[in-house]
Write a protein that binds this ligand. Structure first.
Ligand SMILES: [Zn+2]
Length: 285
């Protein structure tokens, strides 16, 4: 799918890569090409350019454990970073703790004197969503987004796809729901080992629904809510059950009896054999 949107900008033979001038759309596509090279999740591809010329590129996995923005910027002399434009397929990360060992990508971009950033998708992780975007704006960096079609393509490709049995914190995953379904443990955070079990069962793509289940009385549909932010208090919703028949864009709240946190789950899309869902954990007051 994604390849349909990626032009062969790098395969053209008219002129060496580093002196060729590219349009902003081409640079977005080249960032997506970098994104497709990733060997680690979440996938991120980066192009650093100035006046339409590519200065450097980076992708997640190119240097183990190093974020793609850092990979690309560290290839450049500090003077070359000043005034550059960064095209990144995922919103740059922000410092979550004051004593973080490695500077966040947003801080690195700010410190580098980058003047403009193009973002593919905002981070769906509820705790950092939109914070990189806001941090860059607050530091007088111009922030724009990839073209709509490229954004959608990046979204489909950014997050890990496949069988999983445990997820941590918040995020977004595309998972197969075939046969007996898929059981997932949602752990509160890396350092907080509390878990809640959820299951996805009985995908009925032709009917546009899939069943989300957990223990008796644990699952409540957040009627009317379309975004996690709409839900200021998960306790207001009624009629808990052991499962929820989920349709696209529906949100459910999973809170087993006695649990001290809950999981908000949104069904973003369903396909023939799999679904894309987003989740967020919340402490119960
Ligand atoms: Zn980062």
């Amino acid at each position: 799918m994604i390849n349909a949107y990626v032009f062969n900008a790098l395969n053209e033979t008219d002129g060496p890569k580093l002196t060729k001038k590219y349009s902003k759309s081409d640079l977005m596509r080249i960032a997506v090409e970098e994104h497709l090279k990733c060997t680690e999740y979440p996938k991120v591809g980066v192009v650093v350019a100035k006046d339409g010329e590519i200065l450097s590129t980076g992708f997640r996995g190119e240097v183990p454990k190093k974020h793609a923005e850092r990979v690309a910027l560290e290839k450049l002399a500090t003077t070359d970073r000043v005034g550059a434009t960064v095209f990144t397929t995922l919103e740059p990360c922000v410092a979550l703790q004051a004593d973080q060992a490695t500077e966040s990508c947003a801080d690195l971009i700010i410190a580098s004197g980058v003047s403009e950033v193009f973002i593919g998708v905002l981070d769906p992780n509820g705790t950092i969503y939109s914070q990189g975007f806001r941090t860059l704006l607050e530091n007088n960096i111009s922030v724009k987004f990839f073209d709509r079609k490229l954004r959608y393509a990046v979204e489909q490709e950014t997050f890990e796809y496949g069988m999983i049995d445990k997820v941590i914190g918040g995020g977004k995953r595309r998972v197969p729901v075939v046969g007996s379904g898929i059981d997932i443990k949602v752990q509160f955070s890396e350092t907080d080992q509390r878990t809640i079990d959820i299951s996805w069962r009985t995908l009925q793509p032709s009917h546009g629904c899939v069943d989300l289940s957990s223990s008796n009385g644990a699952v409540t549909i957040a009627s009317g809510a379309t975004r996690f932010n709409d839900i200021s208090d998960p306790d207001v919703f009624r009629f808990p059950s052991h499962f929820a028949r989920m349709r696209k864009d529906m949100i459910a709240i999973v809170q087993p009896r006695g649990a001290t946190f809950c999981v908000l789950i949104k069904l973003i899309d369903l396909f023939q054999n799999d679904i894309l869902f987003q989740w967020e954990v919340r402490n119960v007051r």
